[in-house]
Design a binder for this molecule. Sequence first.
Ligand SMILES: *[C@@H]1O[C@H](CO)[C@@H](O)[C@H](O)[C@H]1NC(C)=O
Length: 268
Amino acid sequence: MGRHHTCLVHAVLLLAAVAVAAAQPWTTCGTGGGGKYEKGSAYENNLLNLALTLRDGASSSPIVFSTGSNGAAPNTVYGLLLCRGDVTQSVCAACGTSVWHDVESACDRAKDAALVYNECYARFSDTDDFLASKEGPGLVTLLVSGTNITSSDVAGYNRAVTDLLTATVEYAVGDISRRMFATGQRVGNDPGFRNIYATAQCALDITLPACRRCLEGLVDKWWSMFPVNGEGARVAGARCQLRSELGAGPFYTGEPMVLLRDYGVPPA
Ligand SMILES: *[C@@H]1O[C@H](CO)[C@@H](O)[C@H](O)[C@H]1NC(C)=O
């Protein structure tokens, strides 16, 4: 949500405490218990090494995704790194390096930590619950744009966003060859919401039906999670992720995989 002021909602889906964050990473910390680790501890060492392993794993994989664990009990650390489906391997690696760099300070050494960046999502914990659960979304970080649409047609805007999210999700789960990732754009007539962009993505260790359930569930709940007039919103979870943004250009790279046109909008 870069250019906007961003409000950050920490949530175990829908139950929220609100904070304001100025910059990446956006975090959800310590909600799963687990307490904190000390500087110089075995846990810290295991965590930092795991962050590098996940970075190398995700960035060398065509699915830009990696999970793993590191260290012997009671200092075992479990982790997951998911890069955005359209980023290059070097961008994925750079985001993984940011995770490694930020993970301690971002969550004040909480063992349970989720870090959200525009290019990747990372989750660490001292338990493997979040890896074992193949149904999403699990613990999510909700991000909302602090800016509002100028159009008075809020209902029309909501329909437009819902249509775009629905189509983008459908594309992402429509064929396994798409690797459970899709980008979308809706071009409309209302100058107050001319171009809306979206992405939908799942971690590739869940099934296609589970991905569909997860993403469609997020679409269904979208307007109960987010302000109806917000210019952008995002759900980032370990299993599935969905984002919508009004803007002059896409927040993802490349041409949209899904292009919706409002009635009467001529092709480019
Ligand atoms: C945006 O709209 C909400 C109501 O949905 C309002 O509470 C908020 O103050 C508005 N924000 C700005 C920046 O105008």
